[in-house]
Write a protein that binds this ligand. Structure first.
Ligand SMILES: Cc1ncc(COP(=O)(O)O)c(C=O)c1O
Length: 397
C-alpha cells in the first residue's frame, strides 16, 4: 500500500508500526484505507475522549478556522475563544488552582511546571516515582521513572530523584530543603495503570507542604473524566500547586495546559514562559467544545456506568481465566488487564487486532483499555466479546 511504503521510506522510524493505515473514524470506530472497520478501545491513546469525528469538534474547528487560527503577535493579544475556555476551566479546576496557561502537549506542560517550580521555590531538585511517565522532551524524560525512556539520552537534566510509587517512607526519607517539587500521576497510565490510594495522595501533599516543596499533579492521562470525575484528584483534600493536562482536554486536537495556585502565580514574572502556539484560537475553541460536551452530557456519570459494566465482566474473567490473568484494575475508563507473561499479552493484543479491535499494551504484560468516554453499552459489549473470545482462544492453545 502506497501510504505504508511512503511512510516507511521517509518517516524517522521511531516506532515499530502496525501495517494498518487509518483513513477515517466515527465514534468508537475507525476504517483503514482498504475499508476494514476496527473498534478503537484506545481512543487514539486516551485522547479522542468524545469519539472520532465528533461533529461538536468539527463544528468548533470550522467555525474558528473561518475567523482566525493564530493571533497577531501570538500571545501578546487577547482571544475570545481563549477567554471562554479560561472561564470554563475556572469552573472545573480542583482546589485552589486558578490560573492557566496553554501548552502544545502534555510533555510541554510538565516541562513548564518543573521549570517554574524551580524558579518560584529557588530550589533545584525534583522527586518523581518509579514507573512514572511524564513525556518525551528532555526534562519530562528526566522526570520519567522508566529506564527505557531515559538511559539512552544521558546526560539527562540533573537533580531528579526517584522513589517507589505509593511508598511514603521512601518519599519522607528523600525529602530535604533542596526539593523544589514532587511530580506525580494520581494513576500511572503508561506505568501499567497503577492506582494510588487517597490516603497516599493526602500524605504526599502533607509531606510536600511540610517541606516547603511544591506538588505537581500530572493529569495528562487521567483528566477530563477519564477516571470518572473531571479530574482524578477531584474531592481530595490536597494542596496542589501545579496541575498538568493534555490528551482529553481537546478530544484529539493537540493542546495541553497547566494550572497553578495563587502562590505560584505570584512567583511568576513576565517573560518566564511562552510559546508561539500557546493558547491559540483553534486549540482553545476545540477544548471549550469538548469540555462543554463532557459537562452537558454528564459524561462523568456515563463513565461510571460503563466502567461498572466492564468490571463486572473483568471480575468474572479473572476467575474464569485465572491461568492467564493475574489482575484486573483501573478506574473509570482507564482499565488494565495484567497477564501472567508478555507472550500471552502480546498474543492477545495481536489476536484482538486480527478480530478488528484496537487495545493497547503497556509494561509488556498489561493490556490497557481506554475507549472513548461516550462509548455505548452495545459498543462496549462488542469489544468485550471480541476480547474474551481471543483470551479464551489463547487458553485453549
Ligand atoms: C501521565 C502522562 N504525562 C505526560 C504525557 C506526555 O504527554 P504528550 O504525549 O502530550 O507530550 C503522557 C502521555 O502519555 C502521560 O500519560
Amino acid at each position: 500500500m502506497k501510504t505504508i511504503a511512503v511512510e516507511d521510506k521517509y518517516a524517522i522510524p521511531f516506532f515499530k508500526k502496525l501495517q494498518i493505515s487509518i483513513e477515517r473514524g466515527e465514534g468508537v470506530y475507525v476504517w483503514d484505507e482498504g475499508g476494514r472497520r476496527y473498534l478503537d478501545f484506545t481512543s487514539g491513546w486516551g485522547v479522542t475522549c468524545i469519539g472520532h469525528a465528533n461533529p461538536v469538534i468539527t463544528r468548533a474547528l470550522c467555525d474558528q478556522a473561518e475567523k482566525i487560527i493564530q493571533n497577531p503577535s501570538s500571545g501578546l493579544t487577547y482571544s475570545p475563544p481563549r477567554a471562554k475556555l479560561l472561564e470554563l476551566m475556572g469552573s472545573i479546576l480542583p482546589g485552589r488552582l486558578e490560573y492557566v496557561f496553554f501548552s502544545n502537549s502534555g510533555a510541554e506542560a510538565n516541562d513548564a511546571a518543573i521549570k517554574l517550580a524551580r524558579k518560584v521555590s529557588g530550589r533545584t531538585d525534583i522527586i518523581s516515582t518509579h514507573k512514572s511517565f511524564h513525556g518525551r522532551t528532555i526534562s519530562a524524560a528526566s522526570a520519567t521513572g522508566q529506564a527505557k525512556h531515559r538511559e539512552k539520552f544521558n546526560p539527562l537534566m540533573p537533580n531528579y530523584r526517584f522513589v517507589p510509587y505509593n511508598d511514603l517512607e521512601a518519599l519522607d526519607a528523600e525529602m530535604d530543603n533542596q526539593v523544589a517539587a514532587m511530580i506525580l500521576e494520581p494513576i500511572q497510565g503508561e506505568g501499567g495503570v497503577n492506582i494510588s490510594p487517597e490516603a497516599y495522595l493526602k500524605s504526599v501533599s502533607d509531606i510536600c507542604e511540610r517541606n516547603g516543596s511544591y506538588l505537581i499533579i500530572d493529569e495528562v492521562q487521567t483528566g477530563f473524566c477519564r477516571t470518572g470525575p473531571m479530574f482524578a484528584i477531584d474531592g481530595l483534600d490536597i494542596k496542589v500547586d501545579f496541575l498538568t493536562m493534555a490528551k482529553g482536554i481537546a478530544g484529539g486536537f493537540p493542546i495541553g495546559a497547566f494550572a497553578v495556585s495563587e502562590e505560584i502565580a505570584r512567583g511568576i514574572e513576565m517573560g518566564d514562559h511562552g510559546g508561539t502556539y500557546c493558547g491559540n484560537p483553534m486549540g482553545t475553541a476545540v477544548s471549550y467544545a469538548v469540555i462543554r460536551y463532557l459537562l452537558d452530557n454528564n459524561i462523568s456519570e456515563h463513565v461510571h456506568t460503563i466502567s461498572g459494566a466492564i468490571f463486572r465482566e473483568l471480575d468474572r474473567w479473572k476467575k474464569e481465566y485465572a491461568d492467564l490473568i493475574v489482575d484486573v484494575r483501573g478506574r473509570g475508563l482507564l482499565i488494565a488487564i495484567e497477564f501472567n507473561n508478555a507472550a500471552d499479552a502480546a498474543a492477545i493484543y495481536a489476536g484482538c487486532l486480527d478480530q478488528g479491535l484496537f487495545v493497547n499494551i503497556t509494561q509488556e504484560k498489561v493490556i490497557r483499555l481506554f475507549p472513548a468516554l461516550n462509548i455505548t453499552q452495545e459498543e462496549t459489549a462488542e469489544g468485550l466479546r471480541i476480547l474474551e473470545a481471543v483470551i479464551a482462544g489463547r487458553r485453549d492453545k
